[in-house]
Design a protein around this ligand. Structure first.
Ligand code: PHE
Length: 357
């Protein structure tokens, strides 16, 4: 802006208003504010000349100057409001999200949902097979006393058969009295005790659950694993019923192309006892590392309830008879899906886990 005298105040106002109107952005407005209205403006310069005037003249000139300056300040404020509004529109337009893009983005990168693991889904499939055969499903504790895991199952303290189960003991009470169950068979004892107490015999139940053994994991074993126990206590039950149930189950779960066999075995709580095996699904019977070159994989054990077990729970063995079986759920998953090494089940490698979604 040039230099103005008091005579030029109208021209100063007109020039100032033109400059204000020419401002195109808030940055420009801020840069020129001081020249138009502030300390560096012609108004400030003129203000200083007023001191040399006579009092009357000074009052009149001061009033004109103030009014003129107020006009310019109002124009400046109005221009600021208008520019702010313009810039907000520009910003909103620039930042606006295209809703189409938002949808496409979220569809192209969906959050991965988890899924039921292979062992629980195998457990459910096995339960379904047995429920279809008329069994109910029961549950039992993972921490047991020596009585349930061993003694009531006809394995007295120091019996050599205890060596069949390497046991994790819990530091509770007297040494080696509380333990992590080494099999699901203790749940049989709970079920029989309850049925006797409530007068609800017969029993046709399966009992799935987690078991623990002080074993070194290898291709066929885990230290924490899962079994499903079966128990039938009724009148007139024979070994043929047991063999029929095992045969029906293996066909229903693995299909009729997988052979199964029972072989004589020993368990303290069943007599006679057997272990049942199926053709190794990894090598189809030829022999491989997983089945230790035998062509067969042991799924579990079974047999007729030993009268000593009936005695322990107070069931009259002259009236009732029954059978039990117990086999590995993890082993079933392994054979069903041809998993050469069972340790894959606990490695948590998502490339393995995802195959069973
Ligand atoms: N509890 C036995 C084991 O884990 C298996 C079994 C169950 C055998 C029921 C006979 C009857 O070794």
């Amino acid at each position: 802006m040039g230099t103005y005298s008091m005579q030029d105040v109208d021209a100063l106002v007109a020039d100032s208003l033109a400059s204000v109107a020419a401002l195109t952005s808030l940055d420009e407005l801020r840069a020129h504010e001081a020249e138009l209205d502030g300390k560096r403006s012609p108004f400030a310069v003129l203000q200083k000349t007023l001191g040399a005037l006579e009092p009357d003249e000074r009052r009149e000139a001061g009033a004109r100057l103030q009014a003129a300056r107020a006009t310019v300040r109002e124009a400046l404020d109005a221009r600021r409001v208008a520019l702010e509004a313009d810039e907000r529109v520009v910003r909103l337009t620039r930042d606006r999200l295209d809703l189409g893009d938002v949808v496409v983005t979220s569809v192209s990168a969906p959050l991965a949902a988890g899924h039921v693991g292979l062992v629980p889904s195998t457990q459910r499939a096995l339960e379904d097979v047995f429920v279809a055969m008329g069994f109910t499903v029961a549950d039992g504790p993972e921490v047991e006393t020596d009585w349930y895991n061993f003694e009531a199952l006809n394995i007295p303290p120091a019996h050599p058969a205890r060596g069949m189960w390497d046991t994790f003991y819990v530091e509770l009470g007297d040494p080696e009295t509380v333990l992590m169950r080494t099999h699901t068979s203790p749940t049989q004892i709970h079920l029989m005790e309850e049925a006797v107490a409530n007068g609800t015999l017969p029993i046709h139940s399966v009992m799935p659950g987690r078991c623990f053994r002080r074993d070194t994991p290898d291709a066929r074993h885990l230290a924490t694993f899962h079994q499903i126990e079966g128990l039938v206590v009724d009148r007139g039950i024979s070994f043929a019923d047991l063999a029929g149930v095992i045969e029906t189950f293996t066909r229903a779960y693995f299909g009729s192309d997988i052979a199964s066999r029972l072989r004589p075995a020993y368990f303290p709580f069943t007599e006679p006892s057997a272990e049942f095996e199926i053709t190794c699904t990894i090598c189809r019977g030829d022999g491989c590392r997983t089945c230790s070159q035998t062509g067969w994989i042991e799924l579990g054990g079974c047999g007729m309830i030993d009268p000593a077990v009936f005695d322990a729970v107070g069931i009259d063995a002259r009236e009732w008879s029954g059978f039990a079986f117990g086999f590995g759920i993890d082993r079933c998953a392994q054979m069903k899906h041809q998993i050469a090494d069972m340790r894959a089940l606990i490695d948590n490698d998502v490339r393995f886990l995802r195959q069973f979604a």
